[in-house]
Design a binder for this molecule. Structure first.
Ligand code: ZN
Ligand code: ZN
Length: 282
């Protein structure tokens, strides 16, 4: 996979993955990727140990993670791997920063870390809601959730201290793919277009997240229609990632995702080193 890049993956420094950075790198090297990023989860609202903020005294099972500590572990392990692989692998030290809008203070600390090459800005949950992965959609008005989702992303883009917006339309993995509710995104095209214009104006990009291709929904996040819309809104920076949580998934869907970028009119994919874009011809 000589001209392919995979800029989204998780090691055991993410609570939902269990492989070491070295195990992930071995696979990336075996595939011959031109660039490979480890982007562990860092959920802004859980960057500081939850107890500091929980005035009610109740801590849900989801709040046991100390993302500040996981972040340190991730940075240290990636730095070590960079030494091990040196010029054998173009390893990118990234982070998937979730919900910057829920704690700007924590988010600012994360993005100002000089060890980072690359920051994905993601939105996994709305304020006062569980992660979209854990909601039972029969209890919710999906259009209202989606409106809030895009508004929250818009606010995150105004803050804008990331490099690419992660997996836009990720909610469909659960709403549509897993729970079978058809979601019409057309009513949100205007706000999505505003998000894209804001990103383009600020020199930011989006990613094509290929995880959906190996899941029930069978589509990238976002799909071709929105990747093309990003281009039409002036977007120039397009990243791509498998969102793999184990070595076996590294590189999966990257060929298909790269083709989507090409169909949308992009001639280059982008990866980041030292928070600066590097372009690779499709
Ligand atoms: Zn994510
Ligand atoms: Zn991810």
């Amino acid at each position: 996979m000589k001209n392919y890049i995979d800029c989204h993956s998780h090691s055991h420094n993410s609570p939902d993955a269990s492989s070491s950075v070295v195990a992930m790198c071995e696979k990336a090297m075996e595939l011959g990727l031109a660039a490979y990023a480890v982007t562990d989860h860092c959920e802004a609202h859980r960057f500081f140990p939850k107890e500091k903020y929980d005035v009610t005294g109740s801590v849900s099972p989801c709040d046991i993670y100390d993302y500040g500590k996981l972040f340190e572990n991730s940075m240290a392990e990636i730095a070590q791997a960079k030494e091990i692989y040196e010029d054998r692998l173009n390893l990118i030290c990234g982070i998937e920063l979730g919900q910057a809008t829920h704690d700007f203070n924590a988010a600012d600390i994360v993005v100002s870390d000089k060890r980072l090459d690359f920051v994905i800005g993601s939105m996994h949950q709305l304020p006062n809601y569980e992660d979209f992965a854990f909601l039972d959609y029969k209890y919710y008005e999906i259009n209202i959730l989606m409106e809030k989702y895009f508004q929250e992303i818009y606010q995150m883009c105004i803050w804008g201290k990331f490099d690419v917006l992660g997996h836009l339309t990720y909610t469909l993995r659960y709403m549509q793919g897993e729970q079978g509710y058809t979601v019409d995104l057309k009513p949100f095209d205007d706000i999505i277009c505003e998000i894209f214009k804001l990103l383009s104006y600020n020199g930011k990009g989006i990613e094509i997240n290929t995880s959906g291709l190996r899941q029930k929904i069978g589509a990238t996040f976002p799909d071709l229609y929105y990747v093309k819309m990003f281009k039409d809104c002036g977007g120039e920076i397009i990243s791509i990632g498998s969102d793999s949580h184990c070595p076996d998934d590294i590189g999966k869907g990257i060929a298909e995702g790269t083709y989507i970028a090409k169909q949308a009119g992009f001639e280059y994919l982008t990866y980041f080193k030292n928070r600066k874009p590097e372009f690779i011809k499709i």
